[in-house]
Design a protein around this ligand. Sequence first.
Ligand SMILES: Cc1cc2nc3c(=O)[nH]c(=O)nc-3n(C[C@H](O)[C@H](O)[C@H](O)COP(=O)(O)OP(=O)(O)OC[C@H]3O[C@@H](n4cnc5c(N)ncnc54)[C@H](O)[C@@H]3O)c2cc1C
Length: 358
Amino acid sequence: MSIVLVGGGHAHLKCLLDIRKKTLSKHNILLISPNRYQYYSGMFSGYTEGLYSIDEIRIDLKYMAEEAGVTFIEDKVTEVSISDKTLMTKAGTSIPFSVVSFDTGSLIEGPSSFKDYLVQIKPNYLFVEKMKEYRNVEFPVVVGGGASGVEIALAITAWRKKNGYPTNVALITSSKLLPSSSSKASRLIREITMRKGLSVIEDDSVEEMNESHVLTQNGSNLPHSQVLWLTGPSSPDIFKRSSLPCDQNGFLLVEKTLQAKGLPFIFGAGDCMTLEAFPDLPKNGVYAVRQAELLWKNITSYLQGEKCTPFSPQRHFLSILSTGNKEALLQYGRFTAHNKLAWKLKNKIDVSYMKKYI
Ligand SMILES: Cc1cc2nc3c(=O)[nH]c(=O)nc-3n(C[C@H](O)[C@H](O)[C@H](O)COP(=O)(O)OP(=O)(O)OC[C@H]3O[C@@H](n4cnc5c(N)ncnc54)[C@H](O)[C@@H]3O)c2cc1C
């Protein structure tokens, strides 16, 4: 019996810890990921700003797998055959499974006509090298006013200020900043971006792009040296291509137990799936970490013929967005605050998360 974990995201990292504590001796367990390292996105802004080194934000999947008695395969799964329970990989291998679990994250897809001008930072292992080059380009332009766009644009601004580069970072967003947050938080982040020297164009969208300029619908014409496209998550095409149950955007559709709809031997967690019962749940690291607590427990319950436990998302979650220079915007429900204490809390949470794995 083979259990195959596809992707080294948050939930599978926790599975490796759980497996290390309690091995299922009858089972052969594999972890497949296209890179030996898993990079922690919660610390991407701190890395961009120069606050963390590469080794502080990455986890060695091969080492962790071996510690847990799991076989690590550096490869990418490209297709799933449900009829003969086999995975196909980029390297051309076919891997049989009795249970498979997907924690493969999401992609960020800009329009295909702009593809040549965009920085590719996904999958996550691309981020580190790309950002090291990008933060010192002549004209940095970020598209996307959600948490990741704002956080990374502010981190590039802070890094440039510290390193003697012009702070000419521009951010374009089709809505207001932080559209999913309260209007108080949006107003506050607008003031912060102004104070920190990040130029923001709100309620406007990119209409055209060539190798040197971005033209917006409202007529702004900005120079760029590649564009960092950080609009919301999109799905990898593997699920649709393999005729697995999907939502309308191609994310794997799962029940509350994290089992694919109608296919109980397929599990999914994190950004790559949508919970049928909670289709609007944001795709972020917070929920991925929460699902991690349940995933291995449910996989073992399924193998032992026991009932799986349903996932129930919390109503509010703590969001801390780093704004540069060790300051952060903290949001919890209706509470919003911007200060150094919030950054210290974020740093403490992120560092202790990483301590479990490195
Ligand atoms: C710049 C940026 C900053 C962010 N900051 C935050 C933040 O501060 N807080 C927060 O909560 N969220 C943040 N997010 C969102 C967060 O990154 C995701 O929600 C989170 O990483 C999802 O975790 P995951 O476990 O689903 O997958 P991931 O962490 O994306 O991991 C997926 C893994 O699967 C591997 N993989 C992909 N495809 C395949 C395949 N076909 N076969 C095998 N392996 C595969 C990948 O290489 C990777 O190792 C940020 C996102 C970005 C882009």
